[in-house]
Ligand binder design. Structure first.
Ligand SMILES: Cc1cc2nc3c(=O)[nH]c(=O)nc-3n(C[C@H](O)[C@H](O)[C@H](O)COP(=O)(O)OP(=O)(O)OC[C@H]3O[C@@H](n4cnc5c(N)ncnc54)[C@H](O)[C@@H]3O)c2cc1C
Length: 288
């Protein structure tokens, strides 16, 4: 495995290197890229490390949005007081990634760009309506797209040749917003999810408004469950009350909104059923 390694000191320098070296690969925490290279699935002759390119950092924006720079490590995001106060469930989703050792190295941008459908942050970011920014040499303004448009297939994104993902922006959350992330992992604590569910919504007078549900590990990409969301409109949770039936029926719709595969974590049918169960649990925890 021999390649030319560059460590640019700025985003502009990194973009210029990509422009000059067609087929060059970007590297952030290297936790996924090195494995792909070892397996011979990726054979770059030029690698551009983003480690010193100044793309880290977490900040609150003037409109109340949260910005996470691409090379912020997953551990920094998990532990950030800013992320925790903005949305505790987002910090928890970062905290579900693998082990501390991996979280210390893997980055927020690398996680999104890797586009493994079993990863933890993407469903939470989808449910929160997050967007990413993509820079390219010669472009005056970055291209900003929703995370949903970034994740286009199994390990496949809409990042163009020469583009670098510079960070992710989570829009301000309306007052009363609640969010939760649940990860079903029956094997070991540090495993990828069998099924994961992120749920976001506002609770007004005991009723759920603007529910957004996204799932991981149940198809080629993390996915929004829009029919389930529509059926959850204004569901109220009253123990033993009539809306319990509506909630159960809404969660059952998720079975047909996903496309899981049979694998070592279970059959497709098992995952459909677990998606239903964990969607219902996630929504109940929003309302409790
Ligand atoms: C043993 C193990 C267990 C794991 N378990 C989990 C888990 O349970 N949940 C979970 O969510 N994740 C898990 N991960 C982490 C995850 O799957 C990826 O390895 C990690 O998030 C990739 O981040 P990175 O910064 O290391 O990216 P890298 O390995 O550096 O890069 C990954 C890909 O993204 C591209 N890339 C990176 N940064 C950018 C950028 N800024 N712009 C454009 N392209 C970019 C690279 O070119 C490469 O194609 C696990 C990893 C390991 C090794």
């Amino acid at each position: 495995m021999s390649f030319e390694l560059h460590r640019p000191r700025s985003l502009d320098e990194a973009l210029t290197l990509l422009e000059k070296n067609e087929g060059a690969h970007v590297m952030a925490g290297a936790t996924a890229l090195v494995l792909l290279m070892r397996q011979g699935l990726v054979r770059p002759s030029v690698v551009v490390s983003l480690r010193d390119a100044g793309l880290g950092g977490i900040r609150a924006e003037s409109d109340g949005a949260l910005w996470l720079g691409a090379t912020t490590t997953i551990r920094e995001a998990e532990e950030s007081p800013l992320v925790r106060s903005f949305c505790p469930a987002l910090a928890e989703a970062f905290g579900h990634v693998a082990t501390v050792r991996v979280r210390d190295q893997a980055t927020v941008g690398g996680n999104l760009a890797h586009a493994d459908p079993a990863q933890d942050p993407p469903p939470m970011l989808l449910a929160l309506g997050a967007e990413v920014e993509l820079a390219k040499a010669g472009r005056k303004k970055p291209r900003r797209i929703p995370v949903e448009e970034l994740l286009v297939g199994l390990f496949e994104t809409s990042i163009e040749e020469g583009e670098i993902l510079t960070g992710v922006r989570v829009p301000p959350l309306p007052a009363g917003t609640r969010a939760t992330y649940v990860k079903f992992l029956p094997r070991t604590e540090d495993d990828y999810a069998t099924v994961s569910v992120a749920a976001v919504g506002r609770v007004t007078n005991g009723a759920l408004m603007d529910a957004r549900i996204a799932l991981g590990s149940v198809g080629p990409t993390a996915v929004r469950a829009r029919k389930t969301e529509a059926a959850l409109r204004e569901v109220a949770l009253m123990p033993g009350g009539a809306d319990n039936g509506r909630l159960t029926a809404a969660a059952a719709l998720v079975r047909d909104e996903i496309d899981p595969l049979d694998d070592i974590r279970g059959s497709a049918e098992y995952k459909r059923e677990m998606a239903r169960v964990w969607t219902e649990r996630a929504v109940r925890s929003l309302l409790s």
